[in-house]
Design a protein around this ligand. Sequence first.
Ligand code: 3AM
Length: 182
Amino acid sequence: MSAAAVRVHRLFFALWPDAVTRAALIRATRALVRHCGGRPVPPRDFHLTLAFLGTVPDERFDAVRAAAAGCRLEPLTLLLDRLGYFPAPRVLWLGPSAPPVSLARFVAALATALAAVGQPPDPRPFHPHLTLARKVASAPAEQQPRPVEWPVTGFSLVESQTLAAGARYRVVADFPAGEGRG
Ligand code: 3AM
């Protein structure tokens, strides 16, 4: 088979909010996002990336899923209370001012498990954030959002499809917290 014929997926692992949390996120950030300009992320796409894999050949998909299923995420509550700005990609984000240590530990374990099946994620340091808008011209002023509590009961494998209108995300597997090895 030629390389061009190999079916691939563009994948990442993320925390994907439940409907109640998504509604709270919308309420807490709508006005701020409107005020900051830029290109808002549609709320249906809200997520917090844990590990970005990029292109994964179809034949490795099951190994990636199995590697993640073996990683144990402890249930936790994220308090998203801080608005931030990444200047280079001009991204406005919402994140926790005190990220749980267990989440960073989980992300490290997930990266190790993925590397072991030949699919190491992007190596950049984990900086937990939920992107609210892209192409935002400047950092927000001093405003801060009403904090949002996010009960995290699992994590997800997400496929990103690049369409003319931009990226579309689709959850392709869910992994409940409390399962997998410690
Ligand atoms: O979670 P956020 O919105 O910050 O920008 C992409 C998005 O980030 C990022 O992965 C998330 C899900 O698509 N992303 C896209 N290409 C990437 C790459 N090559 C990337 N992250 C790391 N390396």
